[in-house]
Structure formats: structure tokens, C-alpha cells
Design a protein around this ligand. Structure first.
Ligand code: ZN
Length: 415
């Protein structure tokens, strides 16, 4: 017996859509296409150390024959010693390798291993934990930890630079010091939650212990917003340039970390990364109030009322970055310290901006950027106790709070 085939078109449809569907950007289709993966782990497996060195030379110098000497900057066809895998400068007679005077200088890992670890790190959509890399590639944790942080440093100093122009979207998100402190070491469901207290302002007035003077009721916490903010809270500011191709999303991202989202910090960031001719889109935060004077145009969107205002007034690309950052911070890196928050944000900015590059192009872009910044400022000598001491805020560098043992700590004497 033949039954009439039921057509999807015959099914009753709800004509009125409940919310505006997001436009498709084609990124998902790209990731499933052949073009996305043109290079794999197997290709790296075949590489000999010499091939890796020549591949890297081609990547950072654009040639395996002619390059500029990292010691004296002479550009020439320097002598190649294929057994040492190094070159000798025709001018200053000093020898150099492809990683001399870069963040990978004095490396102990082979270049093939660095490539493998970096390849695997670069392919994570929102990041890849150092512990997982350690398990995957059987290297020591300190080794892989400093290696990926050197990649982040390269991106922070080599990628998060330069002025954007056109239409930029700006936003801030709070990171750290907000939820995880309250939730740490407590079972879910409030088993260990503190008992509700009588609010302080409902208690009897405070009295000065010396003079006996009544100081009045404590200020209700509701009105002291700054006092309620945890000290560790940071604002991650992001600025993203909209692409010219419509519907393809943002094309360039810059990040900064601040203690507060105030007129001073957002203006400092915008003036660092946006040209005067820029059009800036932001939310209704009063911190952006003076932008109409500083840039050619300022559009703001009231998120409480609408998803996107007229004439493209929205900062949804910036919100999209925040979402990716949130996933990385809470799901992959498990609350990085404030000291290195900017490094992690620079990594996410790079991941977001290279999302439509194929695996080989992404790896090449990573090494070109990272190896352009010179020696590592933050990680050189890390294993010998030379650590970066400051937190890089847009307000200026401040001494970072250490997570380790306090200064002057001594082990307890044996009993
Ligand atoms: Zn030289």
C-alpha cells in the first residue's frame, strides 16, 4: 500500500518568528570545507629537523638563502652549515639559527617538537590547556607552560598593536573577582553557603569607641557600588573593527585590561587603537560619553531595549568576543590570574581574527607574528626565578599580586 509521502513543507509552521535569527557568516561552512584543513599532524610527523628549520626560515625570513643577520642586521646570502643547522654571517662572522634573538632563543626543544606543540595549540577554537599539551606531547609541564606563554607574549606584543580604522565596536566585560571567589571550594546547591545575615544598615548605629560619638547607621551597601566590587575584579576592554564584507563579522581585534570601565580607561584604549576618523559603536555606558567629540561619529545601543539600533548601531561583534573569552576563561584556562589576563585575551583576539585561515596559514601567521617581537621580555629566565612582576593595565603597569607563597615564606621545621 502506497502512502502519500509527508512533505516537510506540509507541516504547520509558525509563521511569526519569535526572535531575529542571526545571519549566517559562512564560518561554520568554512570549517567543514576542504580549504580549512590543508595541513595536518601527519605532515608534521614526516618533518626532519632540517626540513623544520628550512620551513621556519621560509616562514620568518621569506627565504632560506637570503636573510638579515640577527646580530648585525646585514642582509646577505649567509653561509649555511647544514650539520649545525645554523648560518654564519658574512659580515660579523657570528653564527645564528632561525630562532636566534626570537622568543624561542636558547630553546631546548627541537624545532619539530615546538612546531607540533604550537600546531596543536593553534587549532583549539578557544584555547588549549598546557596540561593537555603536556599529556599529548610528553613534555615537562614547565616546558610547555613557558612555550605557550611565549606564544601569548608574541601575540600580545606583535599582534595586539596598530591603529584600527572604519567602524569599531567597543565593549567591556568583567573578569575575575566576581563569581568564582564566592563559589570556590563550596558544594553546588548552597550546601556550604553562608547563612543569611541581617544587613549591616539595619543594625544599631556604629559608635566611635574613643569618643562615644554616634557615627550614624552604616551606609547601605546598595549605594556604595565601588565598595562592593571585589578587589580582583578586572574589566577586559575590547575593540573590534567591522569588516567591509557585509555579514562576515569583525576583521581585527584589540584588547586592553582595566580596573574600571570609566571614561578615563575607555578613552585611553580608544585613542590608542582607533583613528580619529573612526565610527565607534558602544553600549549606553556613560563612560563613552565624550566619544562624539573624539571620533567622527559615536553610535550607542540601548541593550535593555534592542538588539541592534538603527543604522548599524550595535556592538554585537564585541559581545561575541566577550563570549569567546568567557568560554576560554571559565571553561579552558580555569580563571587565569589577573597578572596574565591580558596575555590570554591577546590569544583569544588572535584566535578570533584568524578563524577563517586554513591550518597551515594559521600556523604560519602565528610564527611570523610571534617571531617578530625579538627576545622574550616576560619568560626569559622564568625557570630561574625571573618572573614578570607587573600587571599590564591600560591605566599603566601595576605590581601584580602573586599567587604563590608570600615573600619571606619559610618551610616549617621538621617535627
Ligand atoms: Zn652579522
Amino acid at each position: 500500500m502506497a502512502t502519500a509521502a509527508l512533505n516537510w513543507g506540509d507541516l504547520p509552521t509558525n509563521e511569526k518568528k519569535l526572535f531575529p535569527l542571526r545571519k549566517r557568516t559562512g564560518t561554520a561552512a568554512f570549517h567543514l570545507s576542504k580549504d580549512a584543513v590543508d595541513f595536518g599532524a601527519e605532515d608534521l610527523e614526516k618533518l626532519t629537523e632540517k626540513q623544520a628549520v628550512l620551513l621556519m626560515a621560509e616562514t620568518v625570513w621569506g627565504s632560506t638563502k637570503e636573510m638579515s643577520c640577527p646580530h648585525c642586521a646585514t642582509f646577505d646570502a649567509h653561509y649555511f652549515y647544514s650539520r649545525e643547522l645554523r648560518w654564519k654571517c658574512k659580515c660579523c662572522d657570528k653564527k645564528f639559527s632561525v630562532t636566534s634573538k626570537t622568543v624561542f632563543a636558547d630553546r631546548k626543544l627541537s624545532l619539530v617538537k615546538i612546531l607540533k606543540i604550537a600546531y596543536s595549540w593553534a587549532n583549539g577554537a578557544s584555547g588549549k590547556p598546557a596540561l593537555q599539551l603536556r599529556r599529548d606531547w610528553n613534555v615537562g609541564y614547565p616546558t610547555v607552560f613557558t612555550l605557550v606563554h611565549k606564544l601569548r607574549e608574541g601575540l600580545l606584543r606583535g599582534f595586539n598593536v596598530g591603529v584600527l580604522c572604519g567602524v569599531q565596536e567597543m565593549d567591556g566585560m568583567d573578569v575575575n573577582g566576581r563569581r568564582y571567589r564566592e563559589k570556590r571550594n563550596k558544594p553546588q546547591g548552597g550546601g556550604g553557603a553562608a547563612k543569611p545575615k541581617i544587613p549591616e544598615h539595619l543594625l544599631k548605629p556604629r559608635v566611635d569607641p574613643e569618643t562615644g560619638e554616634i557615627l550614624g547607621p552604616p551606609k547601605p551597601p546598595k549605594f556604595g557600588k565601588a565598595a562592593r566590587q571585589p578587589e580582583d575584579r578586572r574589566i577586559l576592554l575590547v575593540m573590534r573593527q567591522r569588516g567591509v564584507a557585509k555579514g562576515k563579522g569583525a576583521v581585527a581585534t584589540r584588547i586592553a585590561v582595566a580596573k574600571t570601565e570609566s571614561a578615563k580607561t575607555v578613552t585611553a584604549m580608544a585613542q590608542q587603537y582607533a583613528s580619529a576618523e573612526s565610527v565607534i559603536c558602544s553600549d549606553e555606558d556613560p563612560a563613552y560619553g565624550s566619544f562624539w567629540r573624539l571620533f567622527s561619529e559615536h553610535k550607542s545601543v540601548a541593550h535593555s531595549k534592542t538588539y541592534s539600533g538603527p543604522n548599524g548601531a550595535n556592538n554585537n561583534q564585541a559581545e561575541s568576543f566577550n563570549w569567546r573569552m568567557r568560554r576560554a576563561v571559565e571553561g579552558i584556562y580555569l580563571n587565569p590570574s589577573n597578572k596574565y589576563l591580558k596575555d590570554y585575551a591577546a590569544e583569544q583576539a588572535w584566535r578570533e581574527d584568524t578563524r577563517r585561515l586554513s591550518t597551515s596559514k594559521k600556523l604560519r601567521h602565528l610564527f611570523r607574528t610571534v617571531m617578530s617581537v625579538g627576545l622574550s621580555d616576560f619568560w626569559r629566565g622564568y625557570s630561574h626565578g625571573k618572573h614578570r612582576e607587573e600587571e599590564l593595565l591600560i591605566e599603566g603597569a601595576v605590581p601584580a599580586k602573586g599567587r604563590g607563597r608570600p615573600k619571606g615564606w619559610k618551610p616549617r621545621p621538621p617535627r
